[in-house]
Design a protein around this ligand. Sequence first.
Ligand code: NAD
Length: 356
Amino acid sequence: MAELFIPTDHEIFQIKPGYRTGLPVMIGVHSTVLGPAVGGLRIKHYDDSATAISDVLRLSQAMTVKAAAIDNGTGGGKTVVPLPSGFTLTPQIKEAILLDVADQVHSLDGTYHVAPDVGTGPADIDIIRRRTPFAGGYSKEAGGAGGTTFGTYVGVDTAIRATVGSVLQKTSMKGLRVSIVGLGGIGTLLAKDYAKEGAILTVADIDQSRKALAEEIGAKWVTPEEAMLESCDVLAPCALGGVLTHEIVPQLSAHIICGAANNQLTNEDIADALLARNIVYVPDFIANAGGVMYATGIELHHRTEQGSEKHTRDGIKRNVELVLDVSKTDKISTHVAAVDLALTRLKAASSHVSQR
Ligand code: NAD
């Protein structure tokens, strides 16, 4: 049984049974100080309720920090619908869950906008939008950003290039050794780009069918464990979180770590261990913030696709350079520098709100 972590600083935390399914809908609105809370809907199996509750609270808080760090005019929220183990999710039940979530989100009156996350995509958000306008990351056919994958790729690519420029003084990926762990939506886009540009690529995925892509783009195919330890200029974790542990840090042979996966550090002090080894780690919530930036850029801030991509690239580049600069000057880890950046922006906005 997971230990239950209940922070007390959420504006809203509610668990209500869905009207149609009876399944619990857990919604956390951590902060609306900077704007409406935005955060994904996670529909997945959980072993116990405590883990699901921890997820909704922890992830909504993390969304506040991410949104503050990118100055996005949005706050942090999250929804989790935990499926009991052994529960079979049919298309009919999924639609009923989505409509239950939609009704509950709508009752919050715009305080919170739901988006895709694990187990949900743009087509699911289209269903939610039948009952509430407070939903983002919907399909292009419906006039939306078409999910968050493209924006997240844009952000991670920008973060990698900004770090390569700052640390290695290179303006192109040509000749750089890049190791990508996870060839899903984002890892694939990065791998194809860098192969075209002449990078020397190593790639890995637990899904053996992805080996065909490695062959197509001339990348070395290895196991995920080997890819993590590959001697390279850039290591891009694009599969799961929790990959940077105290055990692995001494074995790493990368100059820069920058990828899409959430919560890459198993513990915050691992950022110090990376600093001590002179490995430049770009905090995940800085590198992977492009999805929410790009989608809200189009859907909430009404930018064009090109305008939103430019805004995303400019914002991520500025943040990465700032975090690397503060880390170097103050001799603190990039993780601490990034959290400080987010909290400073949040405090400035809070005092602005309280003075109104
Ligand atoms: P995805 O599901 O399309 O791809 C993930 C890939 O990782 C899959 O191909 C899967 O087979 C592979 N994988 C799973 N476990 C693995 C392991 N142990 N070792 C190696 N490969 C493994 O996901 P994505 O959209 O490409 O996102 C990549 C990561 O970035 C995920 O962790 C996701 O949570 C995170 N992220 C995504 C977004 C987004 O908008 N898509 C935003 C923020 C963070």
